[in-house]
Design a protein around this ligand. Structure first.
Ligand SMILES: C[C@@](CO)(OP(=O)(O)O)[C@H](O)COP(=O)(O)OP(=O)(O)OC[C@H]1O[C@@H](n2ccc(N)nc2=O)[C@H](O)[C@@H]1O
Ligand SMILES: Nc1ncnc2c1ncn2[C@@H]1O[C@H](COP(=O)(O)OP(=O)(O)O)[C@@H](O)[C@H]1O
Length: 291
């Protein structure tokens, strides 16, 4: 049996800069892995099996873990055994935290190891790009600038393991729908990616949260009141919120000055509104600094 951690991600800034003729959007973003993770277990079995700790998630061909397994079909040897893949889910579904993409990437990495295929990270990223725009990032993780449709990656120096507070409201937003909402919007707020990238490069947390932005915010917050409520709760408690990806999850760095009682009040207020609170931190690629 082997296991792979499938780390979630947040976007430390996201700018939608255009739309391609195939309907996909060109973006500029900084992807960042977080300690919140699913775990993927792989063991030999008599025949293929996919199971999951979460009943709400179908374990059929629609599951991104299955798609990753199927995509490796062309690379496996005759001697590669059948496998049982089990997903222990912790990352909330369709939340803008790339849980499904992280599982797909972990299956690619895990089967590459389990079947001793010897595929490079670059090849796994190419395969991953056929499964979803976030998958290539999830193959390597860490801190990376994502351009193109998100698959053109430039690694950045790892950030310290800054603590992050994540608010997840009891609603989901389908990524394709969020991009359609963005297209409907007449006016878009500018997101200054160069400033964001510079702040990440200089690991300046205050400057980063002072200038970050996400092109989805102006279309998602008005349509998803529960996401706007998450933003407002974080603001009320003196934190600087940002939507993660296409939402509805909103996150903020937890400043060293925040006192425990104040954080407990934030948690209570959110929980009373049916919002889940996760306290996590930034991690390097493959979770190297994840205690
Ligand atoms: C918005 C982002 C930001 O990191 O993440 P999430 O919020 O979903 O986590 C990504 O662009 C999402 O990546 P991912 O969730 O892998 O998207 P995919 O499965 O490839 O695509 C789902 C749908 O979103 C739209 N899509 C996706 C990516 C992109 N660059 N342009 C698009 O227009 C397409 O309509 C596509 O059919
Ligand atoms: N293993 C999986 N884990 C989570 N979602 C999955 C998985 N396989 C397929 N999906 C589907 O992928 C979609 C996107 O899920 P997810 O990656 O969690 O969110 P997001 O794209 O918002 O970051 C969801 O609609 C979900 O039903």
């Amino acid at each position: 049996m082997i296991q792979e951690r499938a780390y979630g991600k947040i976007n430390l800034g996201l700018s939608i800069i255009g739309k391609r003729s195939d309907g996909y959007h060109r973006i500029d973003t900084v992807f960042q892995s977080i300690a919140l993770h699913d775990t993927v277990y792989i063991e030999a079995a008599d025949s293929f099996q996919l199971t999951c700790s979460q009943a709400a998630l179908a374990c059929n061909t629609s599951n991104l873990a299955y798609k990753a397994y199927a995509a490796l079909g062309a690379y496996r040897n005759k001697s590669s055994s059948a496998v049982h893949i089990h997903l222990e889910k912790r990352i909330p579904l369709a939340a803008g935290l790339a849980g499904g993409s992280a599982d797909a990437a972990a299956v690619l990495r895990g089967l590459n190891r389990f079947w001793r295929l010897g595929l490079t990270a670059e090849t796994l990223c190419h395969i991953g790009a056929t499964l979803g725009a976030d998958v290539p990032f999830c193959v390597q993780g860490g801190t990376q600038r994502g351009q193109g449709t998100g698959e053109v990656l430039t690694p950045m120096a790892p950030l310290p393991s800054w603590p992050v507070c994540i608010l997840h409201p009891p609603v989901s937003v389908q990524t394709g729908m969020a991009y359609a909402w963005f297209d409907e919007q007449q006016v878009h707020e500018e997101v200054w990616m160069e400033k964001i990238v510079q702040s990440v490069q200089s690991a300046d947390r205050e400057r980063l949260s002072g200038c970050w932005g996400n092109s989805f915010e102006s279309s998602v917050f008005p349509r998803v009141p529960a996401a706007a409520q998450c933003r407002n709760i974080l603001k009320t408690h003196g934190l600087v919120p940002l939507l993660s990806g296409s939402g509805p999850t909103v996150f903020a760095f937890i400043p060293p000055t925040i006192v425990a009682s104040s954080f407990r009040r934030l948690q209570q207020e959110a929980n009373t509104a049916g919002i889940e609170v996760y306290r996590t931190h930034l991690v390097r690629g493959n979770g190297q600094n994840d205690g």
